[in-house]
Design a protein around this ligand. Sequence first.
Ligand SMILES: Cc1cc2nc3c(=O)[nH]c(=O)nc-3n(C[C@H](O)[C@H](O)[C@H](O)COP(=O)(O)OP(=O)(O)OC[C@H]3O[C@@H](n4cnc5c(N)ncnc54)[C@H](O)[C@@H]3O)c2cc1C
Length: 383
Amino acid sequence: MLDVEPDIDTVVAEASESVAAFGDRARSWLAAHRTDAPRDYGAILPPDLADEARVWQRTLFDAGFAGIHWPATVGGQGLTPEHDAAWITECAIAQVPPFLNMVGCVLTGSAILAFGTPEQQATHLRPIITGEVVWCQLFSEPDAGSDLASLATRAERDGDEYVVNGQKVWCSNGRVADRGILMARTDPSARPHKGISFFLIDMASPGVELRPLRQMNGDAEFDEVFLTEVRLPADALLGPEDEGWMVGMSALTNERGYIGASGISLQRRLDSMLAMGGGLSALDRQELAALWSRGTALWAMGRRQGPVASVLGSVAKLGTTELMFDTAVLRADLAGPEAMLEGDVADALESAPGARIAGGTSQIQRNIIGERILGLPKDRPPS
Ligand SMILES: Cc1cc2nc3c(=O)[nH]c(=O)nc-3n(C[C@H](O)[C@H](O)[C@H](O)COP(=O)(O)OP(=O)(O)OC[C@H]3O[C@@H](n4cnc5c(N)ncnc54)[C@H](O)[C@@H]3O)c2cc1C
């Protein structure tokens, strides 16, 4: 592995590289280096792959494939979101992770780029793309998931610091994270969406306690996080005080865009299932053809729009994770009783429900699509 930074002049020169030429360069590089990558684990970094994945991220940085559309001034490649989309596509085809983890490289990075002060950008961005600092997301609470605005964790100003108390849950890769993005209530008297602030928290701070949660597939990728009298410096605040809802929603919109863009690897799985076609019943063949058509439509949409940071990300997220679920069910049906044993098929079946929930559930994506794309009346809370 080289320990050199990408040369700024080269980076600037490459800004004029076409997306197609960049894609070709990425494909050749991946063909030569894909064996250095950990297995393609998707958006959530499994704790047992954390060390290997940090080395992979550093390798990507050294080779000029990290922070592709981030500015060169923070260590990025200064290219466009379309180049970034081409990178994600090539990685999906090569079946390698495109970056260390989505929370750091997508959610945190985009939030700091959009809302960070020059000091925050200088401090935090480069270590994300060199793989030095892993980030986790501390948004959900036991009583605040889809209805995130009801979050109750408090951050009270005390001189130059904020004092945080509360509980978070479903924190993916919390145990291996150095830092976290945290949403907490700074003004309890304000309306739910107001009075929330967005913080950058050091996970080694005194008062942060993590407890692993065991999933039905046997893994423990999530943690409950208890925050007791955690003191954050004033410069841990990202964006304006009490305006953290806006920062959080921008981060979540980016997350959905990226989850939606992962449809390409799913389409490859469906392609490989087509090879079984001859041995299937007429009914199974019909089901497979329907899934394959949905996958192809999503793949085409993904190629056109890439990982979008807009409400369109909800369409891609919904389509991709629902297809992932239906594909896992069909694979299990085809495998018969063997699907109940340990292995790929069982893993996919047990993980697929989580994908429909993470980053905002399918029902919530349908609400967003209905209200913000189709212009339907607003969802009303149950009476
Ligand atoms: C794999 C995975 C990774 C995750 N990683 C993280 C993480 O790193 N950090 C983090 O903070 N959180 C994380 N989460 C949590 C995730 O964001 C929440 O689980 C999700 O927002 C749903 O919240 P909830 O679990 O409280 O369900 P609830 O909000 O209680 O929803 C329960 C059910 O009611 C439905 N529902 C709720 N409101 C409505 C409505 N208005 N209209 C229609 N239906 C509705 C939901 O769709 C769902 O089916 C993760 C979750 C998963 C599964």
